[in-house]
Ligand binder design. Structure first.
Ligand SMILES: Cc1ncc(COP(=O)(O)O)c(C=O)c1O
Length: 400
């Protein structure tokens, strides 16, 4: 007997576009095809040694059981301490909820905050999951396009124009995936002036804050606009800055009532996250931060290499991103051309044909609501970056 249908919400939610690229890369590699992949959004470094040693110690000595849902008290204290050092903002451990990655923290938040009738503002180009999480809750993602001429940044005027009586929240990602665009303190202050006029939540995703090339750490709305504190949520984690994606540790810092509500949602979904991962994260946050700086300097060198290389290819334009590890390249001038029989009408075609013909994997900008662009991750070795650039240049030269 055929069972009843899936929930209606499944008709409006899309699978992550980036995972579709990974799937195709895996298929081709399984056939023995050599692919240069600049598609993944994760560091190519191993986690720092002291983090791995802490994880091994935890496996030998425990504790082995569940922890409190919001995370071990020493971990939440370490999160508050590092945030104080980085942002100059003080939080108490009861304002922190540790989840299985920043994505999970955002998901808990979505469950707590969004419902049908709500609008959630998402400046675009934007990370793939924001809009889908809003949709899963039956609320409406309101995409606010941010043009390259404005540095891919939300302007106060565009923010003011997008806010309606239904607006529940704004999700601001700085530095941004996919553009690398980062708000400076003045730009954040100007947005705060608009936000201050409306009773909405602001969620700042600062997962890339330490991968910032114009200073040690990207400016935070939390430091710039302390008056927003009772409706501001910081989302962060160790995936990117400490190369700890597989540990699955992220968190949010929010006013206590919102933190408790997120804890309630998590208590019905996962309880706490893996104890060993929590202990490894304490080591990351308390340990020597030289590892973060070293990785940042390596990314910095790769950033120059990839941006200069892309900009040298006729028909491709690429600005210098100030954070994260992505180049966001404009390929509009090449759209409408052909590769053999194939018409390259848009960025989706471009990325697909580039993979099939030149064996370079990138993510089309459309996956991030940024059509006409490609996202290339430079969390890859210089050798891979050079090889990808050579293949892209040769591919572009064959287009007519
Ligand atoms: C902007 C942004 N936020 C959040 C995440 C999720 O990170 P985590 O591994 O902590 O779930 C990612 C991962 O790609 C990201 O790019």
């Amino acid at each position: 007997m055929k069972p009843r249908s899936f929930a209606g919400r499944m008709q409006s939610v899309a699978p992550s576009a980036t995972t579709e690229v990974f799937k195709r890369v895996a298929e081709l590699r399984a056939q023995g095809v050599s692919i240069v992949s600049l598609s993944v959004g994760e560091p190519d470094f191993e986690p720092p040694l002291h983090v791995r040693e802490a994880a091994k110690r935890a496996l030998d000595h425990g504790p082995f059981g569940y922890t409190t849902v919001a995370g071990l008290a020493p971990l939440r204290e370490a999160i508050c301490e590092r945030s104080r050092l980085r942002r100059g903002v003080t939080h108490a451990p009861n304002e922190v909820v540790v989840s299985a990655g920043a994505k999970h923290a955002l998901f808990n938040l979505a469950q707590v905050l969004y419902e049908p009738g709500d609008e959630v503002l998402i400046p675009t180009p934007s990370w793939v999951s924001y809009a889908e999480q809003v949709t899963l809750c039956g609320a409406t993602p309101v995409l606010v396009p941010c043009r390259e001429e404005q540095g891919f940044l939300l302007t106060p005027a565009a923010l003011a124009a997008a806010i309606t009586p239904r607006t529940k929240a704004l999700i601001l990602c700085s530095p941004s995936n996919p553009t690398g665009a980062t708000y400076d303190a003045e730009q954040l202050r100007a947005l705060a002036d608009v936000l201050g006029l409306h009773p909405i939540w602001t969620i700042v995703d600062e997962i890339y804050a330490e991968l910032y090339y114009d200073g040690e750490c990207a400016p935070s709305l939390a430091s710039v606009a302390p008056e927003l504190r009772e409706r501001l949520v910081i989302v962060d984690g160790v995936s990117k800055s400490y190369a700890m994606t597989g540990f699955r540790v992220g968190w949010l810092m929010a006013p206590p009532t919102l933190a408790r509500a997120c804890e309630t949602v998590q208590s019905q979904a996962t309880t706490s996250i893996a104890t060993v991962a929590q202990l490894a994260t304490i080591a990351a946050l308390h340990g020597d931060q030289a590892c973060v700086r070293e990785m940042r300097e390596t990314y910095r060198a790769r950033r120059t290499r990839i941006v200069d290389g892309l900009a040298a290819i006729p028909g491709i334009r690429c600005g210098m991103p100030s954070g994260a590890f992505y180049a966001f390249a404009d390929v509009c001038a090449l759209l409408g051309r052909r590769e053999g029989e194939q018409l390259i009408a848009n960025d989706l075609d471009f990325a697909r044909v580039l993979l099939e013909r030149a064996r370079v994997a990138v993510v089309p900008g459309s996956a991030f609501h940024g059509p006409g662009y490609l996202r290339l991750s430079y969390a890859a070795s210089l050798a891979d970056i050079d090889s990808a650039l050579a293949r892209i240049a040769a591919f572009v030269a064959t287009l007519f």
